[in-house]
Design a protein around this ligand. Sequence first.
Ligand code: BGC
Length: 793
Amino acid sequence: MARKSIVTCLTAMMLMATTTKAQQAPQLRPDNIDDVLKAMTLEEKAKLLVGGANKFFSSSAVVGSEATLVQGAAGTSPEIPRLGIPATVLTDGPAGVRIDPTRKGDSQTYYATAFPIGTCLASTWNTELVGRVGEAIGNETKEYRCDVILGPGMNLHRNPLCGRNFEYYSEDPLLTGKIAAAYINGVQSQGAGVSAKHFAVNSQETDRTGVDERVSQRAARELYLRGFEIAVRESQPWTVMSSYNRVNGQYSMGNHDLLTKILRDDWGFKGIVMSDWIGIRRGLTTVSEVQAGNDLMEPGQPAQVQEIIDGVKNGQLDIKDVNRNVRRMLEYIVKTPSYNKYPYTNKPDLTAHAAITRQSACEGIVLLKNNGTLPWNSPFSIPHSQSIKTVALFGENSYEFLSGGTGSGCVHPPYVVDMLMGLKNAGIMSSPVLTDIYRKYIEFARVKFQAERHPGKWFQTEMMGQQKYPEIGLSPIAINKEVSKADAAIITIGRQAGEGIDRDIATEFNLVPEEHALIMDVCNAFHAQGKPVIVVINSGSVIETASWSGYPDAIICAWQPGMEGGNSIADILTGKVCPSGRLTMTWPLSATDHPSTKNFPLNDDLFSFSNMKNDGRPVPGHDYTNHEEDIYVGYRYFDTFGRQVAYPFGYGLSYTTFDYSKPTAKVNGDLVTVSINVKNTGSMAGKEVAQVYVTAPRGSIEKPAKELKAFAKTRELQPGESETLTMVIPVRLLASFDEAGSQWISEAGTYNVQIGASIADIRATVPFKLAKTYTEETTRALKPQQKLNLLKQ
Ligand code: BGC
């Protein structure tokens, strides 16, 4: 045989052998996971547990192939082609799909809808509407070839200074859990997944990758974990993200108590846990993460794969633990659009989604004050409705409107409707002189800001979200000149915050002197001519209001309402939509009124990844944070201890009025059914949120004065129309956590149901009796390592 034909023959034989081997290797299907698991080599198993291509490292540095990463997405799970296992793509979240809007050499754009931030969504108190937002986000996730959106953000607003509060929902766990479940069910109904994050107790940004959150088992279970528990039980998220911080001494990603005992054994979580984006973590081995039940390491590094392989070989890591996590990964993968070869278009319907974001923002906007000036130009028979044709628009953020926060939670939308545009679309003109001043100032401020930016502050770049520039001072002369030209004035007060840094009190929670002066000078000038002044708050979190709220005629908290923001605010101003947003957190008189502020890192410009103050000894608020306020977070503190606030939890005004009548509460087995009739007694159509607070009988466990146990929003009620709202409270949700017995207890006795328009505005009460004490045992988990000096009544 000629040499050439021998080679050809050998090659053919080799090819055949490879093909037979490939044919023998099972290809992943939902019904052959056991076979695939059996066919996997140790190397393949280890590889599947470590993230692939990601936002930090290109393919050469990681396990997966770069081609699988959608540009700008956060990361991937790796592919194993031999077994028909595709890579899956993970993208931030939570306020929309965060991918790069443009790509080199590609004329197509990849903008995504910027939906309202978490706080604004939760302020709708409308689970059905949040579900629709979830559906739209799920749709964009898969149309842009992603599989999982890294959200919802579910940490509690423990303190108003947390930089990422904008991504989170509330200071209350029930509201957090219900809104998150609605979002998750919406996303997952589209065949895309979520990652509920950051699990758990990640309530500050300062030193977030090192801080030990020291918290009582009771506060952990009742507050910081309860929202996650509700979401897991009511929506089974495909994935949960373990947080950067430690909880009672142990990093979350290596915390067996959190990731296995609580999440899976107590709550029945069936999905995968992925770590927050840390890679190899100082002070923790990948082996211990696998053992704890952290299924996917993000963003992966090759050394982690090797560590898993070595761990199994040297007996440190039981192959059973590896197999368990791999099985979960395979169960996750078969659900994904990538596995199911979803024919993505890269062209989601941004116009349809703009309508959803506009509507959801309208419902999340909270009217804080109205002396009767709003709504303007109302088509309804509102007695004092004024005709406003021209406004003087003050404040830098009227023109540089903030649609969302900064960091991984920012989205790149095709546009942002600012106040100027929103008003114009509603037929209201604004002053050209002010537009000229502010537009030119913003141009200048942008250049100056970038020139002066600290090189370490990665979040202060355009790709990390819109930046906040200092407010401009306008002299009373300039302001006075505007009065005769306009029918009213609007001042937008903006605040920006985000990942990696917490807010300070002096310049971020409080107003700065320029802002105070602007409010005073504009109010003086316009009021002298009998013209109204409205303040619009464009912030992801709570700010100080008590020192200035007496001056303007109305205050609208618009949050950061997504890319249609200006239109949504105009809808509220003109009464096209009757405000129905309600606060999901207390607005204190001052930031120090929260008992948690004592243990919160303060006035600090430290970059969270470094710990410059640390001279070897642990620093409070940095290396550790003691949750001494215990269960008294937010209204649980202010209401129980009778402290005055600026605006209470659940507060929000309407343009119409509602009557509450005929409350009932009936116990049937382990369920309490509460109902209330709500009637629109005003002159405009609107929606009302009925909030159900419950005071428990005085038993063996100290309790907050009352706690939110259910809520419901009416449909839009016409004047004179009423609706009976029925809400079901499982008895297990009435329970307090008894640490000694490691169990939930709802004690027998009389409970008082209080239904109101806020925690401070109770409109109807009704008692019910629990004949028998309810108990539910839990695993013993998360014991604090140090003694905490806990706040008591
Ligand atoms: C953030 C997560 C985010 C991840 C991926 C982390 O820095 O804490 O919320 O999902 O990055 O971008």
